[in-house]
Design a binder for this molecule. Structure first.
Ligand SMILES: NC(=O)c1ccc[n+]([C@@H]2O[C@H](COP(=O)([O-])OP(=O)(O)OC[C@H]3O[C@@H](n4cnc5c(N)ncnc54)[C@H](OP(=O)(O)O)[C@@H]3O)[C@@H](O)[C@H]2O)c1
Length: 342
């Protein structure tokens, strides 16, 4: 099976690494990008060791050891701060999955810096795709955060809903730069695609949960595990219910929409949701070995509104979610145990 070459940006990340694994299994050759010129601490505190990464020393063995990788995975160096650095990885590709994004909940950089970086790099990547003559479709990993904060009480949200930047600002959250940069990047990307006749699909997952192959503890898995690991620092925010999707369903949805001939525009990809009341009950019953209690952030959410996400548009394509909330937690717990995080 030879499906051609696709590019996945940000290969070291939680979502991209799993997607690469699935693309290799689906018979694609994969060009992926990693950045090398940062010297931030790689957060392996929970693995018991820190390693300083810089220059060429980044450990990508969890990618290079994947089945099919020696023959069909190529690693390129690219940074969102240098948008044209992605060009080489896109050359000759039939598709591009743009996944890389600066996620900064420690508020190290301001909203404008992160948003400008994201938009400039994304538009540059789309430009490279438009002139490539080989790229048939681009899939951008957006986020359910781009529909959730419209300021209107819409009940069940679908792809017609857009987050309002002023509403996000009024929330005063450490995730402000994330919500705003994802919203404005997705809008800019869709506008560019419309103007230039580029086939672009955007995928909007809520919390992605389940297993992971990265050495670091992915932020969304960590938040999802907060009632189990007694983590009060990584909150669920703003809604008295929470929506989730399994990592493997997200990867499958990326590939499915890349291949589905009639795919158009935005797709919410939400596999399950649970209310604040049912959440601790579910965890206590299924995992009696752990002490489960609401985090201090969840306690504040009791009177907040319920935000539901509709995946109807995705389901109408014939896509099927394979995993419920039980699987997400079973798989995440198993994976955390294997990595010594639990
Ligand atoms: N996880 C979720 O629940 C969730 C939900 C909805 C949407 N998403 C979207 O999924 C995508 C991946 O998220 P994730 O959860 O996998 O997060 P992640 O593990 O933190 O991955 C982010 C990736 O982006 C790369 N990156 C960050 N800044 C960069 C820069 N300046 N230049 C080049 N690469 C850069 C990171 O590289 P380093 O490894 O070098 O830092 C990493 O590979 C994001 O677009 C996010 O918005 C995630």
């Amino acid at each position: 099976m030879d499906n051609g070459v696709v590019c996945v940006t940000g290969g070291t990340g939680f979502v991209a690494s799993w997607l690469i694994m699935r693309l290799l299994r689906h018979g694609y050759a994969v060009n992926t990008t990693v950045r090398t010129d940062h010297t931030s601490m790689f957060h392996e505190a929970h693995l018991g060791n820190y390693c300083l990464l810089g220059g060429q020393k980044k450990d990508v063995s969890y990618l290079t050891n994947l089945p099919g990788a020696p023959e069909r995975l190529r690693i390129f160096y690219a940074d969102l701060d240098n948008p044209e650095s992605f060009n080489d990885s896109i050359q000759g590709c039939v598709g591009v999955f743009h996944v890389a994004h600066t996620i900064d909940f420690e508020v190290k950089e301001d909203v404008e810096t992160i948003t400008d970086r994201s938009i400039n790099a994304t538009i540059s990547i789309l430009q490279a795709c438009a002139v490539s003559k080989t790229v048939k479709r681009v899939v951008y990993t957006s986020s359910a955060a781009t529909v959730m904060f419209s300021g209107k009480d819409l009940g069940v949200l679908d792809e017609t809903s857009w987050t309002d930047v002023d509403v996000v600002r009024s929330l005063r959250t450490v995730r402000e730069s994330y919500y705003i940069s994802k919203t404005l990047t997705e809008r800019a990307a869709l506008e560019f695609a419309e103007t230039h006749g580029l086939d672009l699909i955007t995928l909007l997952p809520p919390f992605i949960h389940g297993p992971f192959i990265t050495p670091h503890f992915p932020g969304s898995v960590r938040t999802s595990m907060s009632m189990i690991i007694a983590d009060d620092e990584n909150p669920f925010e703003f809604s008295s219910n929470t929506s989730f999707v399994h990592m493997d369903d997200v990867a499958t949805a990326h590939i499915f929409l890349f291949e589905y001939p009639n795919a158009r525009g935005r797709y919410i990809c939400s596999g399950a949701d649970i209310t604040l009341e049912d959440f601790p009950k579910f965890l206590r019953e299924r995992y009696p070995e752990y002490k489960i209690s609401l985090t201090r952030f969840q306690k504040k959410l009791k009177d907040s509104k319920t935000v539901r996400l509709s995946s109807k548009k995705l389901l109408e394509t014939g896509f099927k979610f394979r995993y419920g909330l039980e699987h997400m937690y079973d798989d995440a717990i198993k994976c955390c145990k294997q990595k010594g995080l639990l």
